[in-house]
Write a protein that binds this ligand. Structure first.
Ligand code: 5GP
Ligand code: ZN
Length: 138
């Protein structure tokens, strides 16, 4: 992909403005332009990968480090009840920007976000079949 057309590559190079809250050699954290809660931040590696399917694993430790640093800062800065880390892969999962990113979502009492509902546990044979299918594709 030509990264000049990637909105997050343009944020990384500062070609377009953003509210950067964290930056090191390998990743950058900036406020989401349409926050789902106050302080909603995106943590983005400084390499253009689409999503988890092609993510450059050399950036893994840096991303985890950035997520932890920014989460701690948000926890100190804002009166949060918790932090949710979310990462969408593919349009079917709600991904809109195809430069991999992690959402750091501060959670507040009565913020209106609902945890997903638990569903019935499938039969053992069904779970075993699914597990076998995944394992055979590793
Ligand atoms: P996705 O659905 O791909 O996981 O999330 C993309 C996120 O990027 C959305 O929450 C959206 O609000 C945010 N976003 C899209 N364009 C921009 C932008 O130009 N600047 C910033 N700061 N965030 C953006
Ligand atoms: Zn990009």
């Amino acid at each position: 992909m030509n990264t000049t057309h990637c909105i997050f590559c343009n944020i990384i190079t500062k070609s377009i403005p953003s509210y950067i809250v964290y930056e090191d050699d390998m990743c950058i954290g900036f406020l989401d332009i349409a926050p789902i809660t106050k302080g909603h931040t995106l943590l983005v590696p400084k390499v253009h990968c689409s999503n988890i399917l092609d993510f450059d694993l050399h950036y893994s430790e840096s991303v985890m480090h950035g997520l932890q640093i920014v989460s701690n800062a948000i926890t100190k800065a804002l009166s949060v009840e918790g932090i949710q880390i979310l990462q969408n892969n593919g349009s079917g999962a709600g991904q809109m920007v195809f430069h991999i990113h992690w959402h750091i979502i501060p959670r507040y009492a009565d913020d209106g976000l609902n945890h997903w509902q638990g569903k019935a546990t499938p039969h053992k044979a069904e779970l075993q079949g699914i597990a076998d299918s995944i394992i055979s594709n590793l």
